[in-house]
Unconditional design. Structure first.
Length: 408
């Protein structure tokens, strides 16, 4: 090795040693909020790690002793989702590609600036929505050819059945943000039928014949790449968007979920919206749950379908029992999506110091759950005793009435 090359090599080696030493110090960082160590089981984490991630997921880093088996991941965050931007806002999605277990429902989080338009379109899937922020104007045409226009705000829902054409536009000084849910985990935003995309792929002479206008009318069609979410002028008063000379739809495509009288219990509230209240929503049923600090959504399961969750506010943890000795615990915060496969037992507990609010969504026309407490209270006592070997105090504590929220 010549001197110059050897000198260069030694300089590099010395620098590498310093870097490795620095890395060693970093790897032994003791400020990690969670460690895979209980004092008797596991051990510390001296290697590379992400303290912020570990601090947000203490029940994954150091799971309860009751966790067991190889349940799949049941959590994904919108913060880890790809953002698609347009001149009028942005969108991001969590489908079965991001959360592999989510076969029944896919979710989209969308932001429209003031005046921003999600262009006229339709889907093969039904579209359910919950307004998170601001106000929006929605439009639709029903199967009878009747028009629908409405303004929606925070806590309002809409539902457009598969094949029904519709649009969304941000209102007010700062537009809106909302959650969309589709009744197919394989949904993809790129699979929608877009107005501009169809116009681009129909010969101009066919368009001219269809609409009874000159062919030159379609000489410069807009690009679908520019139209998906695009900036536009905010609309005027709602009444001005009424379609003169046409019939207004008798179908209510929107619903005021927050206006519903909640089930109120010590520790929190629950609002349930399915097709019994929101008649058009035939493929998505929902519950809005609010838990006070220390309270929890009781041990239960759903006998009809999977559960897809969206966390609106606060911090919590969910424990899921999958039968065959399998169970896992996950931590959640605002912007996260959770999932519970069909019939698996579970609970959700508020682990923070402020309210925990989340949505439960189901690919179903109706909401249904079975309470563990109510089931045991409604089973012959001697039968329960012989199963669990518990005392009279436990048997007397069982409650024959369902209480979806407990504690707090």
């Amino acid at each position: 090795m010549n001197p110059i090359t050897r000198r260069s090599f030694m300089t590099f080696a010395a620098g590498s040693t310093v870097a490795l030493a620095a890395g060693s110090v970093h790897a032994h960082d003791r400020t990690v909020a969670a460690q895979p160590w209980t004092g008797q089981m596991g051990g510390s984490d001296p290697g590379p790690h992400d303290p912020l991630r570990q601090g947000e997921n203490p029940d994954i880093v150091n799971p309860p002793a009751t966790d067991s088996g190889t349940l799949p991941n049941l959590r994904f965050s919108y913060s880890d989702s790809h953002v698609r931007k347009g001149s009028g806002g942005w969108t991001r999605q969590i489908t079965e590609r991001e959360l592999g277990v989510s076969k029944s429902i896919a979710g989209v989080n969308m932001r429209l600036n003031s005046g921003g338009i999600r262009e006229l379109h339709w889907h093969k899937e039904g579209e359910w929505a919950y307004m998170l922020y601001g106000k929006a104007r929605i439009t639709a045409l029903d199967v009878d050819g009747h028009w629908f226009v409405d303004d929606v705000g925070v806590g309002d829902l809409w539902y457009f059945p598969s094949g029904v054409p519709h649009s969304i536009q941000g209102l007010g000084p700062d537009g809106c943000e909302f959650l969309l849910a589709f009744d197919n985990g394989g949904f993809d935003e790129d699979s929608t039928f877009l107005l501009s995309d169809w116009f681009k792929h129909v010969p101009p002479e066919v368009l001219a014949k269809n609409f009874g206008v000159p062919v030159e009318t379609f000489s410069k069609p807009p690009s679908p790449a520019d139209e998906y979410i695009f900036a536009a002028t905010p609309p005027g008063d709602l009444q001005k968007d009424a379609i003169a000379g046409a019939t207004r739809s008798t179908t209510a495509f929107s619903h005021r979920m927050l206006a519903q009288q909640p089930i109120t219990l010590k520790g929190g509230t629950v609002r349930i919206t399915d097709s019994s209240l929101f008649k058009v929503s035939k493929t998505i049923a929902a519950a809005l749950v609010e838990l006070q600090p220390g309270a929890m959504r009781e041990l239960h399961w759903h006998p009809n379908t999977d559960e897809w969750q969206y966390y609106l506010e606060g911090e919590g943890r969910m424990g899921v029992f999958a039968s065959s000795g399998q169970a896992r615990t996950f931590d959640f915060r605002a912007g996260d999506v959770g999932y519970v496969p069909f019939a698996m037992g579970h609970y959700v507990e508020n682990t923070g110091d402020r309210p925990l609010r989340f949505l439960e969504l189901f690919k179903s026309s109706y909401y249904a759950d079975i309470s563990l407490n109510q089931w045991l209270a409604s089973t012959p006592p001697q039968l329960v005793r012989q199963h669990l070997h518990l005392d009279d105090a436990f048997m007397q504590a069982l409650d024959k009435s369902k209480k979806p929220v407990v504690g707090g």
